[in-house]
Ligand binder design. Structure first.
Ligand code: 5AD
Ligand code: SF4
Length: 440
């Protein structure tokens, strides 16, 4: 009997990459490979990389480098690298020169070719490096191997046209391309039928969904409306929203649909209008705060989270203090804080007044500590409240764990069904977990 070949995929970066790894896995499974949990057991190792910050790239270089020994002891091991890093020519050169044991290199635009590359490599055993410079038509014939039985990710668009001055994404992911609305709706229908309970629509900027399609009915608001009207006990999420494109219509659709999650990720990046301008974000502090006010008025139980970059070129103490005051004013449920990282080819790369690392560290720590203490205060207020909880699994000790709409972990010490929504009343908070009882 032929031995079953195994694969191991290491994913870096955002949800988009996590989902694209499901596509890589789908191709591997269709070729007869099975997943393994340890790279030492694998016949194929794929690194799906991220280049959003230097730290992400250094991690990849370190982890790929560490494979050298394994590859020596296992010469038939196939090592493949793809993702955002390989869309940059100079990074591909580094992989080719420093890590000669890497066998297959491809990019984000030709991700769907991986299956062909693997077949080819298995025939010829010749290293194969192919990265497409430009995006092509969206390929709808993708095999997927989903990693969760409850959460499904669905791409609605690819690429980004915004060119925030710090960001590498528009360079490595190309221009915005929206999927056909009917294709998306059909995919979601299939997922609901299969029993998925949380559907997350993915795009770099979901609010500009449909802008590249010549049909005024193809909008993000209409897409949300159509999906939220489907039958089934599911919740609909989406990420990421650019504040400049979040329309009143979208806010109304979210407010009016019980199936649409009230957790909205709305990256502000900075609380200083001066910095926002030089980031090319196309809104001011005042606009953003107005938008938040409007959202809170229409969706009183909204749970807002955000991304913030500290230490952007030219950011003074006053600018950073404006960020801190905005975070307090919005009272976010969660803040993802990042230290600015210079990216080759972006407008901000050559800006004057780059900020020293020690100041970036100090600022990001202050921001994250503030966020932590805000979450603690908010959690205290949840005691006594009834929340909707999706039960995810039963632990060895017999208790069940679930998750709220806003992503908080909940412990339930009663008999409940997995993959089912319940209303539960919060009794206590332990660490960052909510202890709750089912409301009958
Ligand atoms: N440096 C630091 N953080 C960045 N992000 C994007 N580009 C950079 C960069 N050059 C952050 C932004 C974005 C999140 C995904 O990553 O906050 O919203
Ligand atoms: Fe990057 Fe800005 Fe596009 Fe987001 S909207 S991916 S931060 S360029």
């Amino acid at each position: 009997m032929e031995e079953i070949k195994k694969y191991f995929i290491k994913t870096y970066g955002c949800q988009m990459n996590v989902h694209e790894s499901e596509k890589l896995a789908g191709m591997l499974v269709s070729l007869g490979y099975t997943e393994c949990s340890n790279e030492k057991d694998a016949d194929v190792i794929v690194f799906n990389t991220c280049c959003i910050r230097d730290g992400a790239e250094q991690k990849v270089f370190g982890n790929v480098g560490a494979l050298k020994k394994l590859k020596k002891s296992k010469p038939n091991l196939i090592v493949a690298i793809c993702g955002c890093m390989t869309q940059q020519k100079d990074r591909v050169e580094i992989f080719k020169e420093k890590f000669k044991f890497v066998n297959i290199i491809f990019g984000t635009h030709n991700l769907n070719q991986f299956k062909n590359y693997l077949i080819e490599y298995n025939k010829t055993h010749k290293n194969l490096y192919e990265v497409w410079d430009n995006e092509k038509e969206i390929d709808e014939n993708v095999e997927m191997y989903r990693t969760s039985k409850l959460n499904a990710w669905v791409n609605i668009m690819y690429g980004c046209n915004n060119f925030c001055s710090y960001c590498i994404v528009p360079y490595v992911r190309g221009r915005e391309r929206s999927r056909n609305m009917q294709d998306i709706v059909e995919e979601v229908k299939g997922l609901i039928k299969e029993g998925y309970k949380v559907i997350t629509l993915l795009g770099q900027n979901v609010n500009s969904y449909g802008n590249d399609i010549n049909d005024k009915n193809v909008t993000f608001a209409n897409l949300l409306k159509e999906i939220s009207m489907l039958d089934g006990d599911f919740r609909l999420k989406f990420m990421t929203s650019h504040p400049k494109d979040l329309t009143d219509e979208v806010i109304d659709v979210i407010a009016n649909s019980p199936k649409i999650s009230k957790a909205i990720h709305l990256p502000v990046q900075s609380g200083s209008s001066k910095i926002l301008k030089s980031m090319n974000r196309k809104y001011t502090r005042e606009h953003y705060l107005e938008l938040v006010k409007k959202i809170k008025a229409k969706i009183p139980d909204v749970f807002l989270t955000t991304d913030i970059i500290v230490g952007f070129p030219g950011e003074t103490d006053e600018d950073f203090n404006e960020t801190i005051s905005l975070v307090k004013e919005v009272n976010y449920g969660g803040v993802f804080g990042f230290m600015y990282s210079k990216r080759t080819g972006t407008v901000a790369e050559t800006m004057p007044d780059q900020i020293p690392d020690d100041i970036k560290h100090k600022r990001v720590n202050e921001l994250l500590n503030l966020s932590k203490s805000m979450i603690k205060e908010q959690n205290k207020l949840l005691v006594g409240k009834t929340l909707e909880v999706l039960i995810e699994e039963q632990k060895d000790d017999g208790t069940f764990v679930g998750v709220t709409d806003s992503g908080k972990n909940v412990v339930i010490n009663e008999n409940v069904n997995v993959a089912t929504y319940y209303n539960a009343k919060v009794d206590a908070i332990v660490g960052n977990k909510l202890i709750a009882k089912i409301v009958k």
